[in-house]
Ligand binder design. Sequence first.
Ligand code: GH3
Ligand code: MG
Ligand code: MG
Ligand code: MG
Length: 311
Amino acid sequence: RNFFPKDIEAKTIEKDAALAIEEGSSFILIIDDDVEFASFIKETLEENGVQVVIALNGKRGLELFYTLQPNMVIVDINLPDMNGFDILAQISDLARTRYVPIAFVSLDSSKENQIRAFEMGAMDFIAKPIDAAIFIPYILNRLQHKKTIWQSASTDELTGAGNRRQFNDAFSQLSSVSERTRRTFTLVILDLDYFKKVNDRYGHPVGDEVLRSFSQLVINTKRDTDYFFRYGGEEFALLLPDTPPDRAVILIEHIRQKLSKIMFTFPSFEPFYVTFSAGVSEFFVNQETTLSEADQALYQAKRNGRNQTVI
Ligand code: GH3
Ligand code: MG
Ligand code: MG
Ligand code: MG
């Protein structure tokens, strides 16, 4: 029954895993031992620009759910090693916090199965055989909905940067990919210098405007594949995939140079300039270590007199 060659499956998954972390790309995880069904869905959806990763048993499905963080999950009820309800029980909490829709598919669309699926947190129940003409717009609709909700829940309102929640999410995703593929990435924490004084001298609305301008500057300077977040009040973070620390420093110094040329002018105040300090750490061991190293480096940059970067 299980005739999908293991190495092909692994290759497909690795390829999709790399693509999945590119910003804006949506992908679906199908947990189904029905190879013909899964392959058909994969082919059909990929023709419509949606990537699909297949897991042929429950254990693999759970593993891929946690490591790849799909945008949607389609689960079959009858799997060789467990059933769809067992999977749902394990993933529904996390799926809910990330707004990941879960759809059940089964040949057995009995009333009991449907009730149980919805009670356990499934969003849809689809009876096999499916009709591709309905299935495609349905999937695209769900993915769009997920994206809209996720964007509003993960964006900082003031600055347009990712918020703390998105930071945590992207950080875990990059970490798990890095652990499996040895792909490197660097974390940078940036903190505006003496920002309290900006507020004290010019008022909170001006402070807000500075936070906005600074964020726009970073967003316009970073690569599209770099992630930028508002980490705290006047503290920001960058996650830079495939970037060693020395390359990260080049980006930061570029930002510093641009910022040094921005003279902030507001009616009835004398013009002023703003600087920031930054701490850099490459991911090696785990998230905690990386974070604390970047924090320590930032602290050192402040102690050294601010307006500088420390690795
Ligand atoms: P340091 O160089 O050591 O970082 O000094 P600092 O004054 O920047 O640091 P501190 O942590 O003492 O103060 C941070 C200030 O940032 C205090 C707080 O009022 C301000 N801040 C935090 N969030 C916001 C915000 O959303 N808007 C405005 N206008 N100010 C904010
Ligand atoms: Mg099955
Ligand atoms: Mg500060
Ligand atoms: Mg601070």
